[in-house]
Design a protein around this ligand. Structure first.
Ligand code: HEM
Length: 500
């Protein structure tokens, strides 16, 4: 081996710098020609692709501010459907509701896969995918159905999920009360409250805000490491991605296995306490042993944390940003809470029907601060026609939900926070098919119902108990810009509260 390396370096030394440069240039051009547009594929317009790296340089430059608005000017140049090459991977971005509907609903049969072949995903879940988020075909449909039915309010333990969310909202109020009106950052405590709901669903337990068990800290860290941006879709991730992520996943698997073992010891088929009990039941019934495997259940647990914590938590974090920036809206929501709920009990979902302004306010938070701006990555499982273009199999498809929710043709003054836009002349809530923060089609967010319940109960309970304000001397938090890293979170901010 040493001899080969030595001979190669001797060979290049004899060539001289110019010859080596010419050699490298020819090699790169050949690679480009081999890897660039297949002449038989008529890709939609998009930025120029370079050899090996594709459009990554332009993406890095345009996307450096990490805002969901970063790529909006590209649509003006290339049109509503864009072709972008990430390294060797072809990707299509869809910038209007009509295109997303054509892809995710009309062509759902061929555009509902996930790109499980890309290095990063394959390394995490294996080439056949696993769980719900990263599974395809028949097994995905079965696992999705199973997870949805377990999330439905069928009574986890003795209390319903709604009651557990109400309890958690009370804990959150108590925790904020301990600040005694001093300025504080709501970020972490909102995160803990929301992740407790998933812990209750999965493990049947909640944790004190100060006392995070090992499993949750490992999970939280792996979620934190998940923010790869466009690089995650390329083979370059092989070189650049933190290896730690994969080590953490192994650790997590061991911890979850221990939890499943503990559940098995106290398992009672007549008292299903949580998701793990339900899984034990399903595996004992041997419904479909190929699908209900340990690995798939482990991944569903990770999926629920991955998809169900940062999203809902960011929606709540944004809701406080908008409340401190719009005290008039906050007052109107509180007036409605006082009329419908009063101070004697916690909100329940049935109240929502009589609280149009509160519902409109939550809708406006979901719209204005789109917490999953680009949705989840879809992929074509077969060649598919979109907007007249033939898109080959194994192309990644992203629906730009942020652009749809900030398109002035869909929503007037899209960067203004205006809950009234959701109310008609009679004060009733207007439904809009363009309102797609949870995406559309068969891949639509599996936790939509849970996210809506959590948002309503947490938000109303917070405003029932406190008036939120910008601390004296602080600048109001930014209501438009934040950090876009798969999810969209507000920049860190402090608030202070006045007890009501
Ligand atoms: C405000 C809160 C939330 C928002 C805005 C949101 C949004 C989304 C979006 C845009 C997707 C991608 C859909 C697609 O690929 O087309 C998604 C997928 C998903 N979400 Fe949510 N989500 C939220 C909360 C939750 C919660 C609380 C859970 C869990 C309980 C959850 C579980 C999932 C799962 C499992 C998927 C993957 C579905 C699949 O691949 O079949 N989400 N969500």
């Amino acid at each position: 081996m040493t001899n080969v390396v030595q001979s190669l370096s001797d060979f290049f030394a004899t060539l001289g710098l110019t010859t080596v440069l010419i050699f490298v240039t020819v090699l790169l051009i050949s690679l480009w020609m081999l890897s660039s547009r297949n002449p038989r594929v008529n890709w939609p317009p998009g930025p120029v692709c370079f050899p090996v790296v594709g459009c990554l340089p332009q993406l890095m430059i345009s996307g450096r501010r990490r805002q969901p608005t970063d790529l909006l000017p590209w649509y003006d140049t290339y049109g509503n459907i864009m072709h972008i090459k990430l390294g060797e991977q072809h990707m299509i971005m869809l910038g209007t509701y009509e295109l997303i509907q054509e892809a995710f609903v009309k062509n759902a049969a061929t555009v509902s896969a996930r790109p499980t072949w890309v290095y990063y995903i394959r390394r995490l879940v294996g080439k056949d995918g696993a769980g719900v988020i990263f599974k395809n075909g028949h097994a995905w449909k079965e696992l999705r159905r199973f997870t949805l039915s377990s999330l439905r309010d069928f009574g986890l333990g003795r209390k319903s999920l709604q009651e557990k969310i109400q309890d958690e909202a009370r804990y959150l109020v108590q925790n904020i009360e301990d600040e005694n009106g001093k300025a504080f950052s709501p970020r972490d405590r909102i995160g803990k409250a929301v992740s407790n709901i998933i812990s209750i669903v999965v493990f049947g337990a909640r944790y004190d805000y100060e006392d995070t068990p090992e499993m949750l800290s490992v999970l939280e860290e792996s979620v934190r490491l998940n923010k790869g941006g466009p690089l995650a879709f390329t083979n370059l991730a092989r070189l650049l991605f933190p290896k730690k992520k994969f080590v953490l996943m192994d650790e997590l698997y061991i911890l979850i296995r221990q939890e499943v073992k503990r559940h098995r010891q106290s398992f009672d088929p007549t008292d299903i306490r949580d998701f793990i009990d339900l899984y034990i039941k399903v595996t004992q019934e041997r419904l479909d042993p190929e699908i209900f495997t340990d690995w798939n259940v482990f991944r569903i647990i990770v999926d629920l944390y991955l998809a169900g914590t940062d999203t809902t938590a960011n929606a709540l974090r944004w809701s406080l940003v908008h409340m401190v920036n719009h005290p008039d809206v906050q007052k109107r929501v509180q007036k409605e809470i006082d009329q419908v709920i009063g101070q004697g009990r916690v909100a329940k979902m049935e109240d929502k029907a009589s609280m149009s302004f509160t519902e409109a306010t939550i809708l406006e938070v979901f719209r204005m601060s789109t917490v999953v701006p680009m949705g989840g990555p879809h992929a074509t499982s077969e060649s598919t026609t979109l907007a007249g273009y033939t898109i080959p199999k194994d192309t990644i498809i992203l629906g730009d939900l942020y652009r749809v929710l900030h398109d002035k043709n869909n929503f007037e003054d899209p960067y203004k926070f205006k809950p009234e836009r959701w109310l008609d002349g009679d004060g009733k809530v207007i439904k809009s098919d363009k309102m797609i923060p949870f995406s559309i089609g068969p891949r639509i967010c599996l936790g939509k119902g849970l996210a809506e319940m959590e948002s309503f109960i947490f938000f109303t309970t917070l405003l029932q108990n406190f008036t939120f304000k910008v601390p004296e001397g602080d600048n109001p938090p930014n209501g438009v810009e934040g950090l876009h890293a798969i999810t969209f979170s507000p920049h860190d901010y402090n608030v202070c509260t006045v007890r009501r």
